[in-house]
Design a protein around this ligand. Structure first.
Ligand SMILES: *[C@@H]1O[C@H](CO)[C@@H](O)[C@H](O)[C@H]1NC(C)=O
Ligand SMILES: *[C@@H]1O[C@H](CO)[C@@H](O)[C@H](O)[C@H]1NC(C)=O
Ligand SMILES: *[C@@H]1O[C@H](CO)[C@@H](O)[C@H](O)[C@H]1NC(C)=O
Ligand SMILES: *[C@@H]1O[C@H](CO)[C@@H](O)[C@H](O)[C@H]1NC(C)=O
Ligand SMILES: *[C@@H]1O[C@H](CO)[C@@H](O)[C@H](O)[C@H]1NC(C)=O
Ligand SMILES: *[C@@H]1O[C@H](CO)[C@@H](O)[C@H](O)[C@H]1NC(C)=O
Ligand SMILES: *[C@@H]1O[C@H](CO)[C@@H](O)[C@H](O)[C@H]1NC(C)=O
Ligand SMILES: *[C@@H]1O[C@H](CO)[C@@H](O)[C@H](O)[C@H]1NC(C)=O
Ligand SMILES: *[C@@H]1O[C@H](CO)[C@@H](O)[C@H](O)[C@H]1NC(C)=O
Ligand SMILES: *[C@@H]1O[C@H](CO)[C@@H](O)[C@H](O)[C@H]1NC(C)=O
Ligand SMILES: *[C@@H]1O[C@H](CO)[C@@H](O)[C@H](O)[C@H]1NC(C)=O
Length: 399
């Protein structure tokens, strides 16, 4: 009986130790892929273009380059072009680019090196009066804010990050700002939701700050359109995500990708956690859930007409669009803080996957390690006792 128990605990010990080893191996070390970043504003333009800026960040790897192009001519757009050489360049024909009526005015050269491309366009901001507090945007919509009509500021650069702010007349003192960050290597955002990024993904934070809402019970919704080079970005998959100290209380991550299995071809994705924050320095209660609609095909010419970058780079885009709505029934309205921030990653290849944080790992180590050590010590003690004690018969023979 005792032997059986010992055997069993040996088994448990083995399982525990292999799990522990495995988790350390999986989540411990891991080499990071680095890229060298080269930032250019309005490449090849003698003067700052009057209607908006074009930021070009070349992220150069050992054998490839990611070109991040962010533009405020028309609706704000981020385009990522992946090439198979570390010496590709972007060339802009400025008069044609600014005329915004033909494709081919922006090229990544040599053209034969282009592996794939992905773009995201921020097209509209919807506001609705949620009189019955259902957070259902199908009724009482105000006329949408068309982002291609906004007066966008000049791009404000700091290293490989850029901020673009714009406003509509009715915003009074408020603004809608997009903050783009491109990264040299793996890391995590500074503020919640603290998304994990790598050298193949950029991050965009959308902030709606200080806007005078058109109703007391206004809520907002953002329309995005995405264009994939080889395959359209036609579906959003929602995965479970580890509850982790980085994004408290959010258990899901959404990934907008193409229908095809693209793990090998390395095409583009958008990734976000379904949460927005109602303060710039949020506490847990300032988190507000987001929902997205199903991606729907959009008319290619319309998207190209909204965005100078789409018009210039794609001869035929296959855009899909969706809405991200902020807030759920029963939650405070925009007026309560007049602030919303939402963050997404835009990149190529495999979207980063959250693993256990060091804190969770150490809790696991203590939680699993302590019983393990106890078992080990217990096992050794029992063995020692058995060794030292002379073998005795279990039952005294009855005379
Ligand atoms: C880059 O290409 C060279 C030669 O083509 C190859 O030897 C090297 O392993 C590649 N490096 C990476 C990081 O893929
Ligand atoms: C594009 O616009 C420019 C100036 O606005 C004009 O001269 C040119 O003819 C237009 N091209 C096409 C193809 O419409
Ligand atoms: C990749 O690089 C090779 C050699 O430079 C080139 O021949 C090829 O066309 C490039 N493009 C793609 C999409 O593989
Ligand atoms: C709000 O509720 C009232 C009463 O239930 C209903 O008549 C009205 O249509 C609702 N409004 C909206 C915008 O759903
Ligand atoms: C929103 O309202 C429409 C019609 O009023 C209804 O069909 C739909 O199910 C509602 N959606 C949600 C999320 O409540
Ligand atoms: C855009 O800016 C110009 C000049 O600063 C101003 O005259 C115009 O009213 C602004 N338009 C909007 C929609 O804010
Ligand atoms: C906008 O800002 C100005 C100056 O900062 C201030 O006087 C005005 O009251 C503000 N308007 C609103 C609606 O907050
Ligand atoms: C980034 O892309 C490069 C080239 O496609 C690939 O070798 C590398 O593994 C990727 N890094 C990550 C973290 O996905
Ligand atoms: C993608 O790959 C998975 C497994 O690798 C497979 O089950 C699935 O059917 C594939 N989907 C498509 C659209 O090819
Ligand atoms: C977003 O929602 C608005 C309002 O309901 C709708 O008009 C628009 O078509 C939606 N956009 C997409 C891409 O579904
Ligand atoms: C909403 O805004 C109005 C003024 O526009 C203000 O009087 C009211 O107190 C605000 N409500 C909340 C909850 O902040």
């Amino acid at each position: 009986m005792a032997a059986a128990v010992r055997k069993q605990s040996c088994g448990v010990f083995l399982v525990l130790s292999s799990f522990f080893g495995l988790s350390l191996g999986l989540f411990g070390g891991g080499e990071t892929y680095r890229r060298q970043l080269i930032v250019e504003l309005n490449p090849g333009s003698p003067l700052p273009p009057p209607d908006g800026d074009l930021l070009h960040v070349r992220a150069v790897g050992p054998n490839d380059t990611l070109h991040f192009l962010f533009c405020s001519l028309g609706a704000p757009t981020l385009l990522i072009v992946h090439t198979n050489t570390s010496s590709s360049t972007a060339r802009v024909n400025w008069p044609k680019f600014e005329a915004r009526n033909i494709s081919g005015s922006l090229k990544v050269e040599p053209e034969s090196s282009v592996l794939d491309s992905t773009a995201v366009v921020f097209t509209r901001l919807f506001e609705y009066n949620d009189v019955n507090d259902t957070a259902n945007a199908t009724s009482d919509l105000f006329p949408p804010y068309e982002l291609h009509d906004f007066n966008w500021s000049r791009l404000s650069l700091s290293g490989p990050s850029a901020v673009l702010c714009g406003a509509a007349v009715t915003f009074t003192n408020g603004s809608l700002c997009l903050q783009l960050s491109v990264f040299e290597s793996e890391g995590r955002g500074q503020s919640w939701p603290r998304l994990l990024h790598n050298a193949n993904a950029s991050q965009i934070r959308v902030k709606l700050e200080g806007v005078l809402p058109r109703a007391m019970q206004s809520r907002f919704m953002l329309e995005l359109q995405a264009v994939g080079g080889a395959y359209p970005l036609s579906r959003v998959e929602v995965h479970r995500s580890i509850d982790d100290e980085f994004t408290p209380s959010i258990f899901k991550v959404a990934q907008w990708r193409s229908e095809v299995n693209t793990s090998s071809s390395g095409s583009g994705f958008l990734q976000w956690k379904p949460v927005a924050y109602r303060r710039s320095d949020p506490a847990l209660e300032d988190a507000t859930p987001c929902r997205h609609s199903e991606p729907r095909p959009q008319r290619s010419e319309e998207t190209a007409a909204l965005s100078a970058l789409i018009m210039a780079f794609y001869s035929r885009a296959e855009p899909f669009g969706l809405n991200v709505s902020f807030g759920m029934a029963g939650q405070p309205f925009y007026n309560s803080t007049r602030f919303l921030s939402w963050t997404a990653l835009v990149g190529v290849g495999s979207p980063p996957v959250d693993s256990f944080s060091p804190l969770v790992l150490s809790i696991m180590a203590v939680g699993l390690g302590t019983p393990m050590i106890l078992l080990l010590v217990g096992g050794v003690c029992v063995c020692m006792q058995k060794r030292t004690a002379p073998p005795t018969l279990a039952y005294e023979p009855i005379n």
